[in-house]
Design a protein around this ligand. Structure first.
Ligand SMILES: Cc1cc2nc3c(=O)[nH]c(=O)nc-3n(C[C@H](O)[C@H](O)[C@H](O)COP(=O)(O)OP(=O)(O)OC[C@H]3O[C@@H](n4cnc5c(N)ncnc54)[C@H](O)[C@@H]3O)c2cc1C
Length: 237
């Protein structure tokens, strides 16, 4: 898996804090923006997060590239309707030289099962090639490609949606690969907008696990894990 933050709203925290101030001030927008400073912005963002005035978080937008992720993951990712996506096509891109794929750690850990898994992938690649060589278009040959096939995409989310995404997908109830992706994305945004994401993460960080009876029961370990993540250095430090 490779994840990188491609671009994001310049001065994201200043924009969000200014948008929040605007709601309560009888001052023109430019003057408000000019008055902004990092300390006041941080305090305003703390307030916004505390009172749940989360609409202003939508003014900060972040775009990521992700590669070497399975179609099983991307199928879950694109369920997040407030995000924007561009994903490599299996119609316009043919995998005539073979296809890359993900191997779950549980399968990797069992050498016999892993070897059968890789053999099966090899067989699929051979059939894919046979189909293509028989004149079948990539859009039909792809029907035999597995969930494990690697994909790449660019995704854009605003800070409000990202915080929602982290709540659902950094949770230990989320599937391991999307959890790994969500956690890697959280690490990236914490470097550039630490105030906006200061308390982002699974629901159990701030109280009882929202999963109820389906809880993983590991809230203590989860809190410890995220305490380490929040300690990562920021871009300014
Ligand atoms: C652990 C886990 C297990 C899951 N298992 C399954 C499963 O078995 N089957 C399955 O189908 N899905 C499953 N999902 C996916 C899940 O149901 C959601 O589709 C996915 O997490 C996207 O969440 P969302 O709809 O809250 O977020 P987004 O689409 O990112 O939307 C964010 C928020 O915007 C609001 N919103 C967005 N669109 C609308 C709308 N049209 N109307 C009203 N409000 C809207 C909602 O408040 C929503 O929470 C699972 C997700 C998780 C985390």
């Amino acid at each position: 898996m490779f994840v990188s933050l491609l671009t994001y709203t310049p001065e994201a925290e200043r924009v969000v804090a200014t948008a929040a101030r605007l709601c309560y001030a009888d001052v023109d927008c430019r003057a408000l923006a000019e008055r902004s400073n990092p300390e006041d912005d941080r305090q305003m963002i703390d307030k916004v997060l505390a009172i749940g005035h989360h609409g202003v978080l939508e003014h900060a937008v972040f775009s990521f590239a992700a590669e070497g992720i399975s179609r099983a993951l991307t199928h879950q990712l694109v369920r997040h309707r407030l995000a924007s996506f561009a994903q490599q096509s299996q119609r316009y891109v043919a995998f005539d030289g073979g296809f890359a794929y993900e191997t779950p750690p549980t399968i990797k850990a069992d050498s016999e099962l892993a070897s059968r898994y890789h053999e099966e992938m090899q067989r699929i690649a051979e059939l894919y090639t046979d189909l293509r060589q028989s004149g079948i278009a990539a859009e039909d040959a792809r029907f035999i490609l597995p969930n494990a096939s690697h994909s790449r995409l660019i995704m854009t989310m605003n800070a409000r949606e990202l915080r929602h995404f982290f709540r659902l997908r950094c949770c230990r109830r989320a599937q391991w690969e999307i959890r790994k992706l969500a956690t890697a994305i959280l690490v990236e945004v914490l470097k550039v907008a630490p105030a906006l994401f200061q308390d982002a993460g699974p629901g159990c960080l701030k109280g009882t696990c929202p999963e109820g009876a389906m809880s993983c029961g590991e809230a203590v370990e989860v809190r410890r894990e995220f305490a380490e993540i929040y300690r990562i250095p920021t871009a300014e430090s």
